[in-house]
Design a protein around this ligand. Structure first.
Ligand SMILES: [Zn+2]
Ligand SMILES: [Zn+2]
Length: 421
């Protein structure tokens, strides 16, 4: 027997039923994004590895442990994108979108890749819908971006999610914050977990989001929140974001321990969580990154964005609707002559934008009816010997089970009348 090949660990086939749900969610997302005046951008899946190392930061988990990086045939180091912010900023700069669009609101949808231990809602190829608004320092943008995230989740029919909000301050504040943390933790470092000992050296802010109880208790004793490290401008910014969110009737909770693990974040950071997701409870997250554009060689530009994890979002949807194939009409035929007529009608209907299907396996009438059912056909047209003789077609409404007889010559116009309202 030949060996059965399988999808790689941490990757997954989206079968038709699931793919239909994804399409619906993507369409909903597009409508919402469009209403917030975002335009789509599609960047390559692969980028130079340097882009991610530079933007995400050397000491981050993604760069250190999770990137799919390989040498191409020209010995260049290439990485499958682990996230999209860096790619979008790279594209914004490379294509001079600054001149073309000025302030740019961009969204993307697509696969990202991280070599993590696969578990529920965490795949090695996972999918994100995200936005990047580049070219503004306004705190009202932060509030609007968070409102957009909420609007997207609402459109997906996700309820009871929580928005956690925090601020990291500007680069200077972040430094003061890191130093303060280092001094406070120093004498207690032996009481923290092994991971935190590494974080202490490499990425100290990450100590704050350690999930180990012992670490959490220690941190609680020595750390009261980022606010004490903020400069006046960053404090005002944060106050304005909160006030603007209240004005937009967006519920949030200030979470002083929320730090995003990536180097590029500054000022506002946020995360959306949902109880249905368990320990890995974030559906989406984002924040401001006011230095990334300049760090990647561009001018100084404030920017803010987020990404929603599609797999996670789907886990949190309240009621996933039963989705059929959306087939309008199935033509069931008996005999060669009927089949030929059926096929020509199917083609005529498709020409009018009506989804229609016929049998390709030489099935019995009964089996054809079963197929129609499986395909979720709203109507079945039956063409047998009698119908051929009378130049008529029997139409069955699969919902009501009502049957009617339609003259063959009127069939296409009649179906258009019934199906295209
Ligand atoms: Zn500041
Ligand atoms: Zn720890």
């Amino acid at each position: 027997m030949k060996e059965q090949l399988k999808a790689l660990r941490g990757t997954k086939d989206l079968l038709p039923k699931e793919a239909r749900l994804w399409t619906i969610l993507e369409e909903k997302a597009r409508a919402v994004l469009n209403s917030f005046a975002y335009s789509e951008i599609r960047t390559p899946i692969i980028e130079e590895s340097t882009l991610f190392v530079k933007s995400l930061g050397q000491g981050t988990d993604i760069v250190e442990k999770q990137m799919f990086t390989f040498l191409d045939r020209g010995e260049r180091s290439i990485t499958l994108r682990p996230e999209s912010t860096a790619s979008v900023v790279r594209a914004y700069l490379e294509n001079s979108l600054e001149n073309e669009m000025g302030f740019a609101k961009l969204f993307y949808m697509g696969p990202m890749f991280r070599a993590e231990r696969p578990q529920a809602g965490r795949m090695r190829q996972f999918h994100q819908i995200g936005v990047e608004a580049i070219g503004s320092y306004s705190p009202y943008l932060d509030a609007e971006v968070i409102a957009l995230l909420a609007a997207l989740l609402d459109s997906f029919n996700i309820i009871n999610y929580g928005i956690k909000l925090n601020t990291l301050g500007c680069v200077k504040d972040k430094e003061a914050f890191a130093n303060g943390l280092r001094q406070a933790i120093g004498p207690r470092i032996k009481d923290l977990c092994e991971d935190c000992k590494v974080r202490y050296e490499k990425n100290i802010l990450r100590v704050l989001d350690c999930k180990v109880d012992a670490c959490r208790n220690e941190i609680k004793k020595i750390f009261k929140g980022t606010e004490e490290y903020l400069c006046a401008d960053c404090l005002t910014h944060f106050e304005t974001v909160k006030k603007a969110l209240e004005g937009l009737k967006i519920n949030y909770k200030v979470e002083p321990y929320l730090v995003r693990g990536l180097d590029y974040y500054t000022r506002t950071t946020f995360e959306v969580v949902h109880a249905k997701l368990g320990a890995q409870d974030a559906i989406g997250a984002g924040g401001r990154y006011d230095n990334l554009v300049a760090d990647l060689g561009g001018p100084a530009k404030g920017a803010c964005g987020f990404a929603i994890g599609m797999e996670r979002a789907i886990m949190a949807i309240q009621d996933i609707p039963e989705l059929d194939g959306g087939l309008s009409l199935y033509i069931a035929t008996m005999g060669e002559e009927a089949y030929e007529l059926g096929l020509s009608l199917v083609m005529a209907l498709r020409g009018q934008g009506i989804s229609a299907e016929a049998d390709f396996e030489g099935k019995s009438l009964k089996a054809q009816m079963r197929t129609a059912d499986k395909l979720g056909a709203k109507y079945v047209a039956i063409i047998g010997e009698d119908e051929i003789k009378n130049h008529s077609i029997t139409l069955r409404n699969m919902g009501t089970k009502e049957q009617s007889v339609i003259p063959e010559r009127n069939f296409v116009t009649e179906m258009e009348r019934i199906l295209i309202k």
